[in-house]
Design a protein around this ligand. Structure first.
Ligand SMILES: *Cc1c(COP(=O)(O)O)cnc(C)c1O
Length: 495
């Protein structure tokens, strides 16, 4: 029996997993969700001895039921290989009294690699299964991390092309260098004269352009999305929560059936939703602690039941969490509304029209699994500084938000369960903020000198991703005005 997928805004239509991955977003604007969350069909004892790749298969086969065993294992083997700098793929590190699940050992040293290294393979397999003859053109607007991870994932994948738009002057120096030095004949990177919103609306307009769709089809191309709204990005993220629990058990840090809490630094709500799915699959997780930075729209939501994006957008030192519309929350809203697509669609309409909505008391009761918290900029820096002082471990700014929130929760509750922290980026990617948190004197230093200093104080290796951009050749220098994105895409594709 196939597990089918439905749109969060339409009760009627269903899609297979491969169709949902190909489409990315449902035609009614909703997100694809599985009709139910499947249970694990292997025991924790069996999972204990498994490699990351074996765990990935055990988890993903439950969701992606129309993929054959061979197809899925092939995708997994191509994704989780020597692109990662450790064979265990996602190491578990004990820091003080909490466990950090390091999700930053892939090609671009942020957790986006965990899903974006496999999505290209799932997508091309899905295209083959559904007899799609066209090449898939991935269009992405990025504020930094997603663009590079998608480029790295899709580079030289046959049957695909990828075009990334980033706001000129709107990303960090490391992030820009990572993108403009990207190799691969099928990759294109464009700096637009405008901000991230311009890039994002430009991409959306291209997706909705029916005329362009026809022109592209005639030339053997069709668009798809590598955004975190694609269910093909969510499912691979469930894997590492299952894996982490099994490793805690294997290392005898916990006993059989012992419940743990999980803290996730959250932006678009994808990563923490994956943890929620892992819990529903049968992993003994008690609380899901949602950690926000000063853009604390989710903290307020969990406290009051009101989601309100009408507030000032704050630029923080954890930019990948600077977000006021957490798109994946819609999947949770749909679930707590009792899978009522109409009710969810109505709330999303309110969000669109007035920027806010309020859930019912009934729905609120179903949020017991979640706990919200946030860290200010000063608290984030304090977490980096004190953790380094006490343990010698250096964490990035996003992870620091989670670390702070987790510590606050433990202090203010009588919940003594062991806590897993999703560690989402390498400190090398945010060296300036991280080093300045440790000592203010670093604020004046040159970026590359900071990287060498970070290596020396943390006793870790400089990741390949950083070494690469130090000497790499600039391969992309295309720029365009925000209203010229369509012509630019046509020029790149030669149509
Ligand atoms: C994307 C990102 C996040 C937020 O993850 P969501 O799934 O969007 O909630 C946190 N930290 C880092 C480093 C990221 O790149």
């Amino acid at each position: 029996m196939n597990l089918l997928y439905k749109s969060t805004r339409n009760a009627g239509r269903t899609a297979t997993a491969s169709e949902a991955i190909l489409k990315g977003l449902a035609e009614d604007g909703g997100l694809f969700v599985p009709e139910y969350i499947p249970k694990l069909d292997v025991t924790m004892d069996e999972l204990k001895g498994m490699t990351y790749q074996e765990t990935a298969y055990a988890v993903m086969k439950q969701f992606l039921t129309d993929f054959t065993e061979e197809e899925l294992k092939d995708c997994i083997a191509k994704a989780y290989d020597s692109k990662f700098d450790t064979e265990v793929i996602a190491p578990l590190v004990k820091v003080g009294d909490v466990y950090h699940l390091e999700l930053f050992h892939g090609a671009t040293i942020a957790f986006k690699d965990m899903a974006l290294s496999i999505l290209p393979h799932l997508l091309t397999t899905a295209a083959r299964k559904n007899h799609v003859k066209n090449d898939i053109v991935i269009l992405t607007a990025t504020s930094g991390d997603t663009g590079k991870a998608a480029l790295a994932g899709f580079a030289d994948v046959p049957g695909t092309k990828i075009i990334v738009f980033y706001p000129k002057g709107g990303v960090s120096r490391v992030q820009e260098l990572q993108m403009v030095t990207q190799k691969g004949d099928n990759t294109a990177v464009v700096a637009i004269h405008g901000n991230f919103d311009n890039a994002q609306s430009g991409v959306k307009a291209l997706f909705e352009d029916k005329e362009l769709e026809k022109e592209l089809d005639a030339q053997g191309y069709q668009f798809s999305s590598a955004n975190s709204i694609n269910i093909g990005r969510l499912v691979p993220q469930v894997v590492y929560y299952v894996y982490a629990y099994a490793k805690l058990l294997e290392n005898e840090e916990i006993t059989s059936e012992e419940q743990i809490n999980v803290t996730v630094p959250t932006g678009n709500f994808g990563n923490i939703l994956a943890a929620y799915y892992a819990k529903q699959m049968g992993v003994p997780i008690a609380k899901l602690i949602c950690a926000s930075n000063e853009n604390k729209v989710l903290f307020d939501f969990f406290r009051t039941g009101v989601y309100d994006r009408n507030r000032e957008f704050v630029l923080t030192s954890s930019p990948s969490m600077d977000i006021l519309i957490s798109s994946n929350l819609e999947r949770l809203i749909y679930t707590i509304a009792g899978q009522d697509a109409e009710k969810n669609a109505d709330l999303m309409r309110q969000l669109n029209e007035k920027g806010s909505y309020e859930i019912t008391e009934d729905m609120k009761k179903k949020l017991d699994d979640f706990e919200g918290g946030f860290a200010t900029e000063e608290e984030t820096a304090e977490a980096i500084r004190t953790t380094y002082a006490h343990t010698g471990y250096v964490m990035d700014t996003h992870t620091a938000v989670a670390s702070y929130v987790c510590a606050q929760y433990r202090k203010n509750s009588d919940d003594g369960k062991k806590c897993l922290i999703a560690s989402t980026a390498s400190p090398y990617k945010f060296a300036r903020s991280v080093m300045s948190a440790i000592d203010k004197k670093y604020a004046e230093w040159d970026e590359m000198d900071l990287i060498d200093e970070l290596k020396s104080i943390s006793n870790t290796e400089i990741p390949r991703a950083i070494e690469e951009i130090r000497n790499a050749e600039i391969r992309h220098n295309r720029e365009c005005d925000a209203d010229r994105m369509k012509d630019t895409v046509k020029e790149i594709l030669g149509v």
